[in-house]
Design a protein around this ligand. Structure first.
Ligand SMILES: NC(=O)c1ccc[n+]([C@@H]2O[C@H](COP(=O)([O-])OP(=O)(O)OC[C@H]3O[C@@H](n4cnc5c(N)ncnc54)[C@H](OP(=O)(O)O)[C@@H]3O)[C@@H](O)[C@H]2O)c1
Length: 265
């Protein structure tokens, strides 16, 4: 599987160098004084895209990773127009060697493990490739992406790994035998990792949204999704979690809409 790592074509930004415009500094500034950077997986649309834009507004340069290169390039142009830099990495997270190659030498202050995929149907109807893809993207990619970036954070004694879990991780549902289980994994993995690295200056958090009106699971958001959270609501939660003072760790954050689903009213 080919791997491409590019920067936005408009300004050809390079992470770590200053631009002429100077937005407010990020709350989670790099200890060496350089501008902080955040890598977001699943950045091409939905929660990941909204998180990239939100963190760029917060003062981060962005490394945006997903498969759809055209969508990433459009995002990079949007971020570049705000004065922040955005490097694009077009990559399938189901291919571990490509992840290692693409992330070699990448150093960021914040990693948002957001990419995810879902096929929700009864267990007996799940095809092997559907099962494996959910495990590869929602679970195995956490190992490969985090393993690539965590050593640098530990070395610098500074960093934040924020993973997007789900309320489904603690509320199993019919059709969620694989998806809900992958999100339960996210919660458990995040807490174990947090306990391992918090004394080394690295924060680990999990943000668990309820329903979000995105294209998740191949759906097109419609009027029926009006009760749900917007992707930007989750991005705001990520911004809050990674923006806390150095001495404070918000490890787990559940975000719901105030409305209950129509079927439950
Ligand atoms: N929507 C909800 O109701 C909801 C609720 C709770 C939690 N979540 C979680 O939120 C996260 C984001 O979901 P979303 O709602 O924003 O869904 P989405 O709009 O479908 O976005 C999913 C993102 O993941 C990327 N992705 C999927 N497979 C990938 C792969 N093999 N390699 C690289 N990137 C891949 C997609 O990019 P490409 O297709 O370009 O690769 C896309 O950017 C997921 O982890 C999901 O479990 C969603």
């Amino acid at each position: 599987m080919p791997t491409k790592a590019k920067t936005a074509k408009t300004k050809k930004p390079t992470l770590g160098t200053q631009t002429t415009t100077a937005p407010e500094p990020a709350p989670n500034a790099s200890p060496n004084g350089s501008r902080p950077a955040a890598l977001v997986t699943g950045a091409s649309r939905g929660i990941g895209r909204a998180t990239c834009l939100r963190l760029a507004r917060d003062g981060y340069d962005i490394v945006a990773l997903a498969r759809n290169e055209a969508e990433l390039e459009a995002l990079a142009i949007e971020i570049a127009s705000t004065g922040r830099k955005c490097r694009v990495i077009a990559l399938d997270l189901a291919h571990p060697p490509a992840i290692a190659a693409a992330l070699y030498g990448v150093n960021v202050d914040v990693l948002v493990n957001n990419a995810g995929t879902a096929v929700t149907k009864p267990f007996m109807e799940l095809a092997p490739d559907e099962w494996h893809r959910m495990i590869d993207v929602n679970v195995n990619a956490l190992y490969h992406v985090t393993r690539a970036l965590l050593p640098g954070m530990i070395e610098r004694g500074h960093g934040h790994i924020c993973t997007i879990g789900s309320i489904a991780g603690r509320s199993p549902f019919v059709g969620g035998s694989c998806y809900a289980a992958t999100k339960a994994f996210v919660t458990s993995w995040s807490e174990s990792l947090m306990l391992e690295v918090r004394d080394r200056g690295v924060k680990v958090s999990v943000v668990m949204p309820g329903g979000v009106a995105t294209e998740f699971g191949g759906r097109q958001p419609s009027q029926a999704d009006a009760w749900k959270l917007a992707a930007e609501d989750v991005a705001d939660a990520v911004s809050y979690v990674v923006g806390t003072p150095d001495t404070v760790l918000v490890h787990r954050l559940e975000v719901r809409t105030l409305n209950s689903p129509p079927a439950k009213r």
